[in-house]
Design a protein around this ligand. Structure first.
Ligand code: TZP
Ligand code: MG
Length: 349
C-alpha cells in the first residue's frame, strides 16, 4: 500500500508541475506579465520544496509508467483545446485537481507537507482568478488602436457621435460626461453601451465604476483621484477593463502597482480639452512605454493628438492613440476617425 502512496504522489507532483508550467507560460508569453509569471513560478517552487521533504528515492523507484493502467485511456473531448484560454483553463483545473490528490495522499506519510500543499491549492485558485480578472480585459484591450473620448453632457450629441465614431472605425469609445445627473447618466451610458456593442466597439465610462458596471460597459477609466483600481475590481460583475490616467513617471510607477488594464500617458501636447494641465511631451510617452515593458499593462497616448501630429506619437512607440477634439470637434467625425485609423494602421504595417 505504501508503494501506491508514493506512486500517486509522484504522478500528481509531475501532473501539478506540468500544469503550473502551462499557467506560467500563459502569463509569460500571452499576457507578458512579469508579476503574474512570478506568482506562478513561486507556486511551482513552493510545491517542489514541499515535495522535497518526502523521500525522493522512494518517489522515483515507485514510478512505473509502463505498468500504469491509466496510460492511454481517454474520454471524449479530452485534450480538445480550441484556443490558448482553453489550455490555460485546463491547466488551472489540472493543477488544483493534482494538488488536491497530493494533499490527500501526502497526509498519510507527512502531514506537514500535506498542509503546505493544501495551502498551495488555495493559492492556485486565487492565482487563476487574478489571471482571468487581469488577463481577459488585457487581451480585449490589446486590439485597440484608436480610442475616442466623447466629452459631452448632451445625450443627443453623445448618441450621434457614438454612431459616427463606430462607423469611422474607432476600436474603443469612452463616454466622458462629467456634469450629468446620475439617473440621466445611467440611461445615456446604457444606450451608449448598446450602440458600441452592436458595432463591435469597446465601451468605457469615465470616472464612474458604478455606472460602468450597471450599464454593462466593457470598462471604466479612472483619474488619479478616483476610486483605487483594487476597489473597482471589487465592484465588477465580470472582468472589467480598468484604465487609469498618468501624467508623470512617478504617477505611472505607483499606478503600475495597481495593475490596471491600461494607463493613459499624457497630455502629450497642450490641449483645451484638459485646460490647466501642462503637456508632458513625447519624452513621457517614450519613458512611460519603457516602464510598461513586461508588465502586461496596456497604454494609450493622449492629449492634443491630431492627424497632423499622430505620426510623431506613433514614432515615439505608442501603439494606441486616444483623441477627443480631433474627432468630436470636426465637421465629419466619421472621416476624422477613418483618417486617424488609416494613419495608425499604415504605420504599423
Ligand atoms: N486626459 C489627458 S489629455 C485629455 C484627457 C482626458 C484630453 C484629450 O483630449 P484632446 O482633445 O484629444 O486633446
Ligand atoms: Mg476622473
Amino acid at each position: 500500500m505504501e508503494q501506491a502512496v508514493y506512486r500517486i504522489i509522484d504522478a500528481n507532483f509531475n501532473r501539478a508541475r506540468e500544469a503550473i508550467r502551462v499557467v506560467e507560460d500563459y502569463c509569460r508569453f500571452a499576457l507578458n506579465s512579469v508579476p503574474l509569471t512570478e506568482r506562478a513560478k513561486q507556486l511551482r517552487h513552493e510545491l517542489s520544496a514541499a515535495v522535497g521533504k518526502l523521500d525522493a528515492g522512494r518517489l522515483i523507484t515507485g514510478r512505473d509508467t509502463p505498468g500504469d493502467v491509466g496510460v492511454g485511456r481517454k474520454v471524449d473531448n479530452q485534450l480538445k483545446r480550441t484556443d490558448l484560454r482553453d489550455s490555460f483553463t485546463a491547466g488551472c483545473k489540472r493543477l488544483t485537481e493534482a494538488l488536491r490528490t497530493l494533499a490527500e495522499v501526502t497526509q498519510v506519510i507527512n502531514p506537514d507537507a500535506a498542509e503546505t500543499i493544501e495551502k498551495l491549492r488555495y493559492d492556485a485558485y486565487t492565482l487563476e482568478k487574478d489571471i482571468i480578472v487581469f488577463g481577459e480585459p488585457a487581451e480585449k484591450f490589446k486590439q485597440v488602436r484608436l480610442y475616442v473620448i466623447i466629452t459631452s453632457n448632451l445625450p443627443a450629441d453623445v448618441i450621434s457621435l457614438t454612431h459616427k465614431c463606430v462607423a469611422g472605425g474607432a476600436d474603443c469609445i469612452q463616454l466622458r460626461a462629467k456634469n450629468t445627473e446620475d439617473d440621466k447618466l445611467f440611461a445615456l451610458a446604457a444606450e451608449f453601451v448598446q450602440i458600441c456593442k452592436a458595432g463591435g466597439v469597446l465601451s468605457v465610462i469615465n470616472d464612474r465604476a458604478d455606472i460602468a458596471v450597471t450599464a454593462g460597459a466593457d470598462g471604466v477609466h479612472l483619474g488619479q483621484n478616483d476610486l483605487p483600481v483594487e476597489q473597482v475590481r471589487k465592484l465588477q460583475l465580470s472582468p472589467l477593463i480598468i484604465g487609469k490616467s498618468t501624467h508623470s513617471l512617478k504617477e505611472l510607477e505607483a499606478t503600475c502597482e495597481e495593475m490596471p488594464t491600461y494607463v493613459s500617458l499624457g497630455p502629450v501636447f497642450p490641449t483645451p480639452t484638459k485646460p490647466g494641465i501642462a503637456a508632458v511631451g513625447l519624452d513621457y510617452v517614450k519613458q512611460g512605454l519603457e516602464k510598461l515593458v513586461d508588465t502586461g499593462i496596456g497604454h494609450v497616448a493622449i492629449g492634443g493628438i491630431t492627424p497632423e501630429n499622430v505620426q510623431e506619437v506613433l514614432e515615439a512607440g505608442a501603439g494606441c492613440i486616444s483623441v477627443c477634439s480631433a474627432v468630436t470637434e470636426t465637421r465629419d467625425p466619421t472621416a476624422a476617425c477613418r483618417a486617424l485609423k488609416d494613419k495608425i494602421t499604415a504605420f504599423r504595417k
